[in-house]
Design a protein around this ligand. Structure first.
Ligand SMILES: [Zn+2]
Length: 271
C-alpha cells in the first residue's frame, strides 16, 4: 500500500514538473530557439570576408558602412480568424510565410522578425520597378478575416508602430502601401474597409485633394497614371480594382468621370 502511494506521489510530482516546465517554456519556445539558430547562421555569412569572388585580387575592407534598411511598409490583413491562428501559421516551416509584426484586434503588437531581416509576406509582387518587395520592406499583418472592420485599438497601435518605423528608417510617405496594391491580381488586403485616408493624414501613404474644380485634360492616360503611382498594369482590370479599393473604398472595376478625377489628382502628386 505504502509503495503504491509513493509511486502515485512520484507520478503526480513528475506531472506537475512537466506542466510548470512547459508553461515556463511557452508554446513557442521551440520555434524561438530555431529563430535564434537561423539568425546565428546569417551572422556567419555577414562575418565572412571577403565573399568568394574569383575576380577580386585582394580584400580591402572599407570602414564606412551601415546595415541595409527597409524602405517600404506593406500592410496586410491576415485572412485568418485569430492572432493565435496566425502565430501558428507563421511558425510552421511548411507554410513558408511570415511577417515582421502582427497586430491583434485589441491593439496588442507582436514582433516576429527583426526589421533588418527579410520576411516572406509579399510573394510575387511589383511596385514601380521594384520586384523584390520582401527585400526592401517591413510586413505588418492586421488580425482580420478580410470581411470585417479594423478596430480602433488596432489602428491606433498601427499608427504608433508606423511612426516608429518611419522615423527609424526614413521611409517616404508614398511607400506605405497595401498587399493588394503590389499584387493586384492575387490579393485584396487590407480589405476595402481599411482607413487609408486617416493614415495619410498622419503621413503614411498618399491621398488625393478635393476634386470639385478639377477638369481632367483630354491627353490624360489612365494606365500611365496608374503606372506612375506604382501599379503593375499588365492586368489593367486588376490594377483599376486595386486603385479603387485603396483610394475610393470601392470594389468595382469600372472607371467613371469621378474616379478619373481622383486618379488624375493622385498621380500628379507622384510626378
Ligand atoms: Zn497579405
Amino acid at each position: 500500500m505504502k509503495k503504491i502511494n509513493l509511486v502515485s506521489i512520484a507520478i503526480a510530482s513528475l506531472f506537475i514538473i512537466v506542466i510548470v516546465y512547459s508553461c515556463h517554456r511557452g508554446p513557442y519556445a521551440a520555434t524561438n530557439k530555431s529563430y535564434k539558430k537561423q539568425v546565428r547562421e546569417f551572422s556567419k555569412i555577414i562575418k565572412k570576408y571577403p565573399l568568394e569572388d574569383s575576380s577580386a585580387v585582394a580584400f580591402i575592407g572599407t570602414t564606412n558602412m551601415t546595415m541595409r534598411k527597409p524602405n517600404f511598409v506593406i500592410i496586410h490583413h491576415t485572412a485568418q480568424n485569430s492572432c493565435d491562428q496566425t502565430f501558428k501559421t507563421f511558425t510552421l516551416p511548411r507554410t513558408e510565410v511570415s511577417a515582421h509584426y502582427v497586430i491583434c484586434k485589441d491593439g496588442t503588437v507582436f514582433h516576429m522578425l527583426n526589421d533588418y531581416l527579410r520576411a516572406h509576406h509579399a510573394g510575387v509582387a511589383k511596385w514601380g520597378n521594384n520586384t523584390d518587395i520582401n527585400s526592401s520592406s517591413i510586413g505588418i499583418e492586421l488580425d482580420n478575416n478580410g470581411f470585417e472592420n479594423f478596430s480602433e485599438n488596432q489602428i491606433n497601435s498601427l499608427i504608433e508602430l508606423l511612426g516608429r518605423l518611419k522615423r527609424a528608417y526614413n521611409i517616404p510617405a508614398a511607400n506605405f502601401i497595401g498587399h493588394g496594391d503590389i499584387a493586384p491580381t492575387r490579393k485584396n488586403d487590407p480589405n476595402w474597409r481599411f482607413p487609408w485616408k486617416q493614415l495619410s493624414e498622419k503621413g503614411f501613404g498618399m491621398w488625393w485633394n478635393d476634386t470639385t474644380n478639377i477638369t481632367v485634360p483630354e491627353y490624360f492616360d489612365r494606365l500611365s497614371a496608374l503606372r506612375i503611382v506604382g501599379f503593375d498594369v499588365k492586368d489593367t482590370n486588376a490594377a483599376i480594382i486595386g486603385f479603387k479599393r485603396h483610394w475610393l473604398q470601392d470594389t468595382t472595376a469600372k472607371m467613371t468621370t469621378a474616379s478619373d478625377k481622383i486618379l488624375y489628382q493622385l498621380y500628379k502628386k507622384y510626378q
